[in-house]
Design a protein around this ligand. Structure first.
Ligand code: DC
Length: 226
């Protein structure tokens, strides 16, 4: 039986996390939130005081990345994420940990160390993988490749609401400049830069709502996997 793979790539705050979860639930597929892996690794290296010494301590950092003790637990309230047994579900969503993740993401050896961990999420009947390089680097064989984007301003507004929703304070101007800086870093890095795959289906969600985006995705996926 073919294990279907659907990739959803795009910049920070485009809504891909929410949509990937909805698409995975719709098809009954496994879900990979690859950004969470980068966030977990960033947090772990920060806690070990290695985040600013990645190049000097590269062998040790790669070893941590390969053996990172993480767990994704599905509950009725959503997925809980554990790092070395500690619930870090909300901690990893902070802007600060986003910055740690973005730093980790520029190091080719660390990206390589996470490669097999991401491939291990391929499980029948299918996988929805959300990230930056799902279609271009990790799952190039995916049957459906979606690139979800939106203007930096609309993404900043959404991010503020999302952070407020989990009780974190956020200022729109700070979030917007963080998003612009992160976009630049994600798009200009030499290894696995953020860009649509050549055969990706591109959706701009700046002015359309989540239900409409969901429907566009389902129509496209059905045309690819049936
Ligand atoms: O999607 P996110 O905001 O949780 O991602 C956090 C950081 O990790 C972001 O700066 C880019 C990086 N990332 C990446 O380089 N490749 C991925 N597949 C997923 C995330």
């Amino acid at each position: 039986m073919t294990v279907h793979i659907i990739t959803i790539d795009g910049p920070s705050g485009s809504g891909k996390g929410t949509l990937a979860a909805k698409i995975a639930a719709h098809y009954g597929f496994n879900l990979l939130d690859s950004g969470a892996l980068y966030r977990l690794l960033g947090l772990s290296l920060f806690q070990r005081d290695l985040l600013n010494k990645i190049q000097e301590q590269l062998v040790q950092c790669v070893d941590f990345a390969t053996h990172l003790d993480i767990e994704f637990k599905s509950t009725d309230a959503g997925t809980l994420i554990f790092l070395e047994g500690e619930d870090v579900t909300n901690t990893i969503r902070t802007e600060q940990v986003g910055e740690y993740a973005s730093k980790v993401a520029t190091v080719p050896e660390l990206r390589q160390a996470l490669f097999e961990r991401q491939r291990a999420f391929i499980q029948a009947p299918g996988l929805v993988a959300d990230g930056r390089d799902m279609a271009t680097a990790i799952f190039p064989e995916a049957q459906a490749k979606i690139y979800l984007t939106a203007s930096a301003e609309s993404r900043a507004e959404r991010r503020v609401k999302q952070l407020q929703g989990i009780g974190l304070d956020a200022k729109i101007s700070d979030i917007l400049s963080n998003i612009q800086a992160r976009d630049k870093r994600d798009m200009e890095r030499t290894v696995a830069p953020l860009k649509p795959a050549e055969d990706a289906y591109i959706i701009d969600s700046s002015t359309i709502g989540i239900n409409e985006v969901f429907q566009l995705m389902v129509d496209y996926i059905n045309s690819r996997i049936n």
